[in-house]
Design a protein around this ligand. Structure first.
Ligand code: FES
Length: 460
């Protein structure tokens, strides 16, 4: 059988790498004819979706090359691009797509010889990758390893609920807020429904227990006047992000922080988003509803942020401290990715449930480019899910709403979980923890690691 001749899409910055390619030509430095060049103004202009789309449309490989760090004609475009590419390649690795199919590097206008060498090296790697892929064994293991969430301290929930109702009545009666978003019991479903109240009489129906699953932060959009939100730690983090992304004013939100040790589904399993959560106290709040600190149950008003010890959580102090965690399936094969994505029917419930998707019309549906096809083929689904993960990279607050909302049982969160963990480890950043730290994907350091780059460090 004839050797497959790979097609490699090459995004080249016009100022350096494209000029470097020209120089290779004029200098007669030969390289394999496998690349198809797309000239771009700067490596910072490359949306990760271009790379994903190229792979899904049949490219065997993709390369991006720009000016060397520090030499970008727009000063810092390639610094931002470096983080984006590092995270994208981590994501592709998690999906089981061979990392040798995607390459990032720097070539300057004076490096014609280097350009030719880079193309030779990349073409060799892509060729190997294509032939290995044909031999790759199929791994279909995807067992459900969830365990019961045994945490269900009724007495504590009741005392917190009582305190919450008292507080909400005061907030409304004293005109501190004019609306409160919390939870109410819903006889039609096993979990509590979002509940928006405007009078203190309505506050009596507020509930707090481990069935308060829907994320409430999305209901803060387009609120008029000051609104209080009953905030689990993930909701509080989402509020912080929304404020930082100029979607809310801090002065218009009153955060009622709730001590939280995870929510349970109808069968008592801990829900996906809560299974690995280590954050039990909201990082930001206006008032915190804690566990009782003394026998007279006086526990709400006296607790201020500085009094809270990170390690002091419901689990640590609960009489029932067994809270088995969801075991992540560490199968990062392409078959697993395909199997998960194939279950998706492109209903976009995950997008609707996510606090971070607040555009009126998603860019994928604006008709600007052929981003989304009308038929729900596997490629369209992959593009949607990979695009969504990149969109949420460094913004996900790990609430699990996407997975909770999915009626088809797609484990959509395993990708974003890996990317979120990678960002935390590499850039020391967790979304929504404070108002000061610069968002990982909107900042850079000149000495950021070049993980996954040609000749750079590799992923662990
Ligand atoms: Fe070349 Fe920015 S101009 S990478």
């Amino acid at each position: 059988m004839a050797e497959h001749d790979p097609k490699i899409v090459a995004f080249l910055c016009t100022w350096c790498s494209y000029a470097g390619a020209d120089l290779a030509g004029t200098g007669r430095n030969q390289y394999p004819p496998n690349i198809r060049v797309i000239r771009v103004p700067c490596s910072g202009r490359i949306n990760p979706l271009y790379i994903i789309k190229a792979l899904l449309e049949g490219a065997d490989g993709v390369m991006v090359s720009g000016c060397h760090p520090g030499d970008c004609h727009y000063l810092v475009g390639n610094y931002y691009a470096r983080r984006r590419f590092t995270v994208l390649k981590k994501l592709l690795t998690t999906t089981g797509i061979d990392p040798d199919r995607v390459h990032f590097t720097w070539v300057s206008a004076s490096e014609g010889v280097r350009f030719a060498d880079v193309i030779k090296e990349i073409t060799g790697k892509v060729k190997n990758s294509v032939s290995n892929q044909q031999k790759q064994p199929i791994n279909l293991s995807n067992s459900d390893k969830r365990q019961k969430n045994k945490f269900n301290n009724h007495e504590l929930f009741l005392s917190q609920e009582k305190e919450l109702i008292k507080l909400c009545k005061n907030l409304l009666d004293d005109n501190i807020v004019n609306t409160i978003i919390g939870y109410r019991n819903n006889d039609e479903t096993w979990f509590n429904s979002p509940y928006i109240i405007r009078t203190s009489e309505e506050a009596d129906k507020l509930v707090w227990n481990n069935k308060c699953i829907p994320a409430l932060s999305g209901y803060l959009h387009e609120r008029i006047g000051k609104t209080a939100i009953v905030a689990k730690p993930c909701d509080a983090r989402a509020v912080v992000n929304l404020i930082r992304e100029n979607q809310l004013n801090r002065d218009d939100v009153y955060i009622i922080g709730m001590l939280c040790d995870g929510m349970a589904d109808e069968k008592g399993y801990i829900v996906p988003g809560c299974a690995d959560c280590q954050i039990h106290v909201p990082p930001v709040y206006d008032i915190f509803i804690d566990k009782p600190q003394s026998e007279d149950n006086n526990f709400c008003e006296s607790r201020q942020p500085d009094d809270i010890n990170d390690s002091e959580t419901l689990s640590n102090n609960s009489t029932n401290n067994e809270n088995p965690k969801y075991q992540s399936n560490n199968d990062f094969s392409f078959e697993r990715f395909k199997q998960e994505i194939d279950k998706c029917i492109l209903c976009y419930s995950c997008r609707q449930a996510c606090y971070g998707c607040y555009c009126n019309t998603c860019f994928m549906e604006r008709g600007e480019t052929d981003w989304q096809t009308s038929s729900p083929g596997i490629g369209a689904k992959m593009l949607y899910h990979l695009g969504r993960v990149m969109h949420l990279a460094g913004r996900c607050v790990e609430c699990g709403s996407c997975e909770n909302a999915c009626a088809s049982g797609v484990d959509v969160r395993y990708l974003i979980k890996e990317v979120t963990g990678f960002i935390e480890e590499t850039y020391d950043y967790q979304a929504g923890m404070d108002f000061e730290t610069e968002a990982a994907m909107l900042s850079y350091k000149p000495d950021d690691p070049e993980i996954g780059f040609l000749g750079g460090d590799q992923y662990e």
